[in-house]
Design a protein around this ligand. Structure first.
Ligand code: NAD
Ligand code: ZN
Length: 386
């Protein structure tokens, strides 16, 4: 089968690999129909996140048709159309029992993540050896452990592009608004007009927010967002001072600030992966901007990915303003049923982020334009055509 593999920083190749097999009785094997490139893949692409090795199969956002199941799988059958969650949960441990599927205690056997991040997540598809070394879904086929927990059966009358992002960014955008408890009449500022930030803006409107502001420095992304989310205010931080504009539109600051950017955009990084110690990011510029802009007593929801220590985090201002901050990898399985219903009813439209659709073979080009923010790229969907 074909698989999109990491070769070296900024180097991706489509290689021939053996088809995955059922190895545990709770596994399923999927024939993938659509898969996407996520902002989290860029941390690997750039070589910023640790633990990725030459030849690793990438991809954690995918859907397809069940090809085979192990003898203990009950909820899905060969031929079913399904979406996979990016985090691999067992469904039985203490964390899964609390709905914290992204922190599943038993699917990530690697000790390295604890060493470099100071904490361990669930196993993740296609996300390096620190998260379990699972093969990813940017391929023709993939093995899905604990299929009953990590696959969502989806209806046949909706196209892939409406359903695919339940596996990650649609769920993550909703999660960010849930972390911030965004509700009717509230005002929200969102950092990052990538796919996650744009869908978060969409979710804020669906939850009845009043004013929603979106911050980035790529004007084409802000323009696209403004066209897709009517009433959205956009701020280009290369042209305007973020705090000044926010103060003008929302005196006293937004109720909720959403961080949908992540550590590799921070001003400088210390790459500690090689020395096997906690990784450090040298500035907390984006999180601090959230702290400075948020109204007193407000909330920060951080879904942008951070790795290890972040220097210069202004805990003093955070404390004096009485803010709350919640963060996390998305527990996809907690949200996807309700989100599927909202997609079915037309309330949510995840397709607003898609700017490119390409065959799987074009993955190297797709990674390049998504990372470089060229060719008007916001979100690429790769089609296997199998
Ligand atoms: P993306 O890289 O396309 O989007 C990030 C955007 O932030 C870019 O448009 C960039 O120009 C903008 N940006 C950079 N610096 C900024 C600043 N100082 N202020 C405002 N905007 C700035 O990626 P994406 O797919 O939208 O993902 C966003 C983040 O969410 C990434 O860190 C990704 O890893 C993370 N993510 C987290 C989860 C989760 O479960 N928590 C899931 C998916 C993605
Ligand atoms: Zn992702």
């Amino acid at each position: 089968m074909r698989a999109v593999c990491w070769e070296a920083p900024r180097k991706i190749a489509v290689e021939q690999r053996p088809r995955p097999l059922i190895t545990d009785p709770t596994d399923a094997v999927l024939r993938i129909t659509s898969t996407a490139i996520c902002g989290s893949d860029l941390h690997l692409y750039l070589g910023s996140a640790p633990g990725v090795q030459k030849g690793d199969i990438l991809g954690h956002e995918f859907m397809g048709i069940v090809e085979a199941v192990g003898p203990e799988v009950r909820n899905v059958r060969p031929g079913d159309r399904v979406v996979a969650s990016f985090d691999i949960a067992c469904g039985k441990c203490r964390s899964c029992g609390h709905g914290a599927f992204s922190g599943c205690d038993s699917t990530n056997p690697s000790k390295d993540q604890e060493m470099m991040y100071g904490a361990r997540t669930a196993g993740l598809f296609g996300y390096a050896h620190v998260t379990g070394g699972y093969e990813g879904g940017q391929a023709d086929y993939v093995r899905v452990p604990f299929a009953d927990v990590n696959l969502l059966h989806v209806p046949s009358d909706l196209p892939d592009n409406k359903l695919l992002f339940l596996s990650d960014i649609m769920s993550t955008a909703w999660f960010s608004t849930d972390l911030g408890q965004v509700g009717p009449g509230m005002n929200v500022a969102i950092w990052g007009a990538g796919p996650v930030g744009l869908l978060a803006a969409h979710c804020c409107q669906v939850r009845g927010a009043d004013k929603v502001l979106l911050i980035d420095n790529h004007q084409y992304r802000l323009d696209h967002a403004a066209a897709k989310v009517p009433g959205l205010h956009t701020i280009n931080f290369d042209k305007e001072k973020v705090k000044e504009v926010i103060e003008r539109i929302l005196p006293g600051g937004p109720d909720v600030c959403i961080e949908a950017v992540g550590f590799h955009y921070c001003k400088s990084m210390i790459h500690a992966a090689m020395v096997k110690t906690l990784m450090e990011t040298d500035t907390a510029d984006i999180l601090n901007e959230c702290i400075y802009c948020c109204r007193k007593g407000g909330a920060i929801a951080c879904v942008g990915v951070y790795v290890g220590l972040v220097n210069g985090f202004n805990i003093g201002a955070f404390m004096e303003k009485g803010l709350t901050m919640k963060a996390g990898q998305t527990p996809v399985q907690k949200y996807w049923h309700q989100l599927l219903d909202m997609i079915k009813s037309g309330k949510l439209d995840p397709t607003i982020v898609i700017t490119h659709e390409m065959p799987l073979e074009d993955a190297p080009h797709a990674y390049k334009i998504f990372n470089d923010k060229t060719d008007g790229c916001i979100k690429v969907v790769l089609k296997t055509g199998v």
